[in-house]
Design a protein around this ligand. Structure first.
Ligand code: NAD
Length: 497
């Protein structure tokens, strides 16, 4: 069985802890690989490699950094199929979806290729007589990224391209469930000419994460994952004096007004609820049908849901793949039964679904629940699977009250033909990312990604301008080149003249 190792100082390094975790192919249910889990000493060795590399990388020219990033972008483009195959084999998502993930990650690499524009700084001349003031931004040192299973290539690329473009060195702790895609990215970075130690991977579980959070040489931590762990990461990182951005879970609502094009809305609800088997932090998991749209909309969604083709990710005919693990599949399925007990109408029941020839795979059909009470577990929890809840609301006001009552505020969307209603929604809704007739409003690379409330702990969102701010620290330089006439003692607070 293949063992996946660490990547430290520009090369593979075998694990020595004697601890491993299984890596499955979710489409077959078979364990095909094992992952070496790091000990505290192995984390320390990784951080030491990153710290040593920072000495020169932090001083390297923008020209050198961007040349390497441009080369990495070319290599990633050339290897996008291979990366997508690795994603699909360990995560389960279908190949086209995995390719989309690579493309969205590549956007941040492209942003990082233009880092010289973002790091231009500011200069004010003659703020006082013969005095100039410059604001510059400098790297912060070794930064760590801790990432979830659901985007094993894209989410690491939300972090490291900008981090290293800004002059930092990086330690990635990928999800233990699907680590191979980011490992391939490490190989491509090395091929692109990135100096050893600038990008490192330490494989691991809580032991590795806790050590990164405590390590005195780690300056900042970017985390993406579930809400309870995001909250834990933020508290522990702050306790250890680190800068932190911790993106958490979600329950994204899609509001459909009576004037919306219901066929279009139904198509978009299907794509956003069941794409990637619902394992997206921006998946639509609740449709809020306003007024008398409910019956017709639910009918249209149900009709489409029943015709989805579910199968292994490497079969071009599949539109939706399996879930990440057997345990997760069973947990997702349990929400359908509990919702029925708690008062919801099960319109489409995807539990008990099997794929011929892949009976041991972690497959689940899609489920549609209507009139879900807000007290039901299926409404209250982040299910993270192909289960779409529909909630009915009499008016726009009732709908917005419901959405703003959620503990999460990651993404949300409104479907309408009414510009005034859409504008009102944009301003009133409590969420970090809003779509108008766009169901999964994941911002492009040059705008930042991040939610509100329990969807993000920390201040700065990820990538875009916030990403540059997160991975740099500001410095302001006040300069005077005195004239022989200047001088004299004055104990007053400096003022401008
Ligand atoms: P997770 O929180 O279980 O794991 C994320 C990372 O934290 C992994 O690297 C894991 O090894 C580590 N981890 C897990 N338990 C830990 C613990 N007790 N102590 C320290 N580290 C721990 O999340 P997941 O299941 O891999 O991913 C799915 C979750 O991520 C969903 O909740 C989803 O909404 C969220 N997510 C959010 C965003 C976003 O941008 N807000 C994006 C993608 C995924």
């Amino acid at each position: 069985m293949k063992t996946i190792s660490h990547w430290i100082g520009g090369k593979p390094v075998e694990g020595t802890s004697g601890r491993f975790s299984p890596v499955y192919n979710p489409a077959t249910g078979a364990q095909e690989k094992q992952l070496a889990l790091a000990s505290v000493d192995e984390v320390d060795a990784t951080v030491a490699a990153a710290k040593a590399a920072f000495e020169s990388w932090g001083q390297s020219s923008l020209a050198k950094r961007t040349a390497i990033l441009f080369k990495f972008r070319e290599l990633l483009d050339a290897h996008r199929d291979e990366v997508a195959e690795l994603i699909s084999a360990e995560h389960g998502k279908v190949h086209s979806d995995a390719l989309g993930e690579v493309a969205r990650g590549m956007e941040i690499v492209e942003l990082a290729c233009g880092i010289s524009v973002q790091l231009k700084g500011e200069l004010s001349t003659q703020v006082s007589t013969r005095v100039d003031v410059a604001s510059i931004r400098q790297p912060i040192g070794v930064v760590a990224g801790i990432t979830p299973f659901n985007f094993p290539a894209m989410v690491p690329m939300w972090m490291f391209p900008l981090a290293i473009a800004c002059g930092n060195t990086f330690v990635l702790k990928p999800s233990e469930k699907d680590p191979s895609a980011s490992y391939k990215l490490a190989e491509l970075l090395a091929e692109a000419g990135l100096p050893d130690g600038v990008f490192n991977i330490v494989q691991g579980d809580k032991v590795a994460v806790d050590r990164l959070l405590e390590h005195p040489d780690v300056a900042a931590v970017s985390f993406v994952g579930s809400t309870p762990i995001a909250k834990y990461i933020q508290l522990k990182a702050v306790e250890h004096d680190k800068r932190v951005q911790a993106l958490g879970g979600a329950k994204n609502h899609m509001l459909v007004l009576p004037d919306a094009d219901l066929d279009f809305a139904a198509d978009q609800a299907i794509n956003a609820a069941y794409g990637s088997a619902g394992e997206r932090c921006m998946a639509v998991s609740v449709v809020v049908a306003v007024g008398d749209t409910g019956d017709e909309l639910v009918g249209k969604i149900a009709e489409r849901a029943k015709s989805l083709r579910i199968g292994p990710g490497n079969d071009p005919a599949s539109e939706m793949g399996p879930l990440i693990t057997r345990e997760h599949r069973d947990k997702v399925a349990s929400y359908v039964a509990s919702a029925a007990e708690q008062g919801a109408e099960v319109v489409v029941d995807g539990t008990g679904y099997t794929v011929e020839g892949h009976e041991d795979g972690f497959f689940l059909g899609v489920s549609l629940l209507d009139r879900v009470p807000v007290t039901a577990d299926a409404y209250k929890d982040e299910i993270f699977g192909p289960v779409l809840c529909v909630v009915r609301a009499d008016t726009y006001e009732d709908a917005i009250k419901l959405i703003n009552g959620s503990r999460w505020g990651n993404g949300t969307a409104i479907f309408t033909r009414d510009g005034g209603a859409a504008r009102r929604f944009q301003l009133e809704v409590q969420a970090g990312m809003v779509g108008v007739n766009v169901p999964i409003p994941v911002p492009v690379g040059y705008h930042s990604f991040g939610g509100w409330k329990d969807s993000l702990f920390g201040d700065l969102h990820i990538y875009g301008n916030d990403g540059v701010a997160f991975y740099t620290q500001g410095k302001v330089i006040t300069t005077r080149w005195p004239d022989p006439a200047d001088g004299g003692i004055n104990l007053g607070f400096p003022s401008n003249s």
